[in-house]
Write a protein of this length. Structure first.
Length: 447
């Protein structure tokens, strides 16, 4: 049949300019990506996004777990006053306690810096320099403390604690004059030098101050008629405005901080070291391999008092005091480590014991044949040997002073005085002088 133009419409069909649809594209339905005629519930793009987010969250979780559990070392700063001249009592075994703390630095859980006052600088210089160089650490980490916790710092301070003429607690350092309490350092000055230091204020570090005092007994020669230090010190600590600031005292009121030569240190110093290394968490804690302030205080108080009662027949009760008076506070100090490293060496006999015995025998033998006017030499000899015996049980830091006292006693009994009595005594009484002069002439001595 032809069209109105005379063309045969039954001829071959004209090819359309539009592209024909592929059978393969329409065979599977409208949503060719899934081969379904219905819309998929979850797009493949969402599946890929979900998998990517899962991997990202898993990686983030692993990173958080790593940062939260990393063993960042807890810094320990130790400052000890050692060089106490007579008549101050020696700071017994303080040097050995410092060395035991230094052994903690052999573990990755601690960094330790131990200095001696006067030998390495004044106490102000040492506190400032040590705190400037310290990097707070411990449980919680230091990279992101807001997320993973806080930072901790342990400050160990070993010195004599006494009350001055105004009843204020003071610490004694090497330049302390027994007859001038203006040379004694108020405890508040020392506490503020730590609590208000820029490092502590800027980092928000939580501080445990281990205050090792209690080795200077009352002594009428020094005007120290009553211990009294601990009670007044506790009152001052509680009045401080610092948060997360605790002080661990070596003993309670009217008590003495005992030494233990068989441990190679003081009882308190030894128990603090092994407590920090993990024994406090094992015996007094929850076994989470972290040592908190309360765990350390509970362990040290029990262990020190138990040892002193058993081996000394006395009482020594260490106690914790919080600034602000908040005694329920607590924070973690450090990770537990191998506490066996701090065990004291077995006690061995000291050759100086025989020197003391020989010195007492020499003084006793000499006194029996010494003339009556040699009482000054006798007093010097007895005082020197007694001081040497005190130094004998005070640790290796006092070996040189021990030898000096023994030599002084020996010189006293070997070198007679050029005059029987000092001029000050002979001239003190006119009536005494003639009778005394006649007495010593009768004995063959002359002034």
């Amino acid at each position: 049949m032809s069209s109105w133009r005379g063309e045969d419409s039954s001829g071959p069909t004209k090819q359309s300019w539009k592209k024909a649809k592929s059978k393969a594209a329409t065979a599977g339905g409208k949503y060719w990506s899934t081969g379904s005629a219905k819309r998929p519930l979850i797009s493949s793009n969402l599946v890929r996004l979900f998998l990517a987010l899962t991997v990202l969250l898993a990686a983030t979780g692993i990173l958080v777990l790593y940062l939260a559990r990393q063993d960042l070392p807890t810094p320990i700063i130790s400052i000890a006053a050692i060089e106490y001249p007579h008549p101050w009592a020696p700071n017994a075994w303080a040097s050995e306690d410092q060395r035991r703390l230094e052994t903690l630095g052999g573990s990755s859980k601690f960094t330790v810096s131990a200095k001696q006052e006067k030998k390495h600088g004044s106490w102000q210089e040492l506190v400032d320099l040590q705190l400037q160089q310290v990097k707070p650490g411990g449980p919680g980490g230091s990279l992101l403390p807001i997320l993973f916790g806080y930072r901790s710092l342990v400050v160990h301070l070993s010195a004599h604690g006494v009350l001055n003429g105004q009843g204020e607690p003071c610490l004694l350092f090497s330049d302390a004059d027994p007859l001038d309490d203006r040379t004694w350092v108020p405890l508040t000055d020392v506490l503020r030098s730590v609590g208000e230091h820029a490092t502590v204020q800027q980092t928000g570090v939580k501080v445990l101050l281990v205050l090792d005092t209690g080795k200077q007994p009352p002594d009428f020669r020094l005007g120290l008629l009553s211990p009294g230090f601990v009670e007044e010190a506790c009152a001052q600590i509680e009045s401080l405005p610092y948060s997360d600031f605790a002080v661990l005292m070596a003993c309670d009121q009217d008590q003495y901080a005992w030494s233990a030569p068989e441990m190679g240190g003081s009882v308190f110093g030894f128990m603090v070291a092994v407590g920090l290394q993990g024994l406090a968490d094992e015996l007094s804690g929850d076994g989470d391999r972290r040592v908190s302030v309360q765990e350390l205080e509970t362990f040290v108080a029990s262990a020190v008092d138990g040892y002193v009662r058993e081996h000394r027949g006395r009482v020594q009760n260490p106690r914790i005091v919080w600034s602000g008076g908040n005694q329920s506070s607590d924070f973690e100090l450090c990770y537990a480590s191998d506490y066996s490293a701090a065990a004291g060496a077995a006690y061995s006999s000291d050759a100086r014991v025989q020197k003391i015995s020989d010195a007492w025998k020499s003084v006793s033998s000499w006194s029996k044949s010494a003339p009556s006017h040699a009482s000054w030499q006798r007093a010097v000899a007895i005082a020197s040997v007694a001081r040497a015996e005190q130094l004998l049980w005070s640790g290796a830091a006092y070996r040189d002073q021990f030898d000096e006292e023994i030599e002084r006693a020996q010189r006293a009994i070997e070198t007679p005085s050029p005059r029987p009595w000092p001029d000050s005594i002979c001239s003190a009484s006119i009536s005494f002088f003639p009778s005394f002069q006649q007495t010593i002439k009768h004995q063959g001595h002359f002034i």
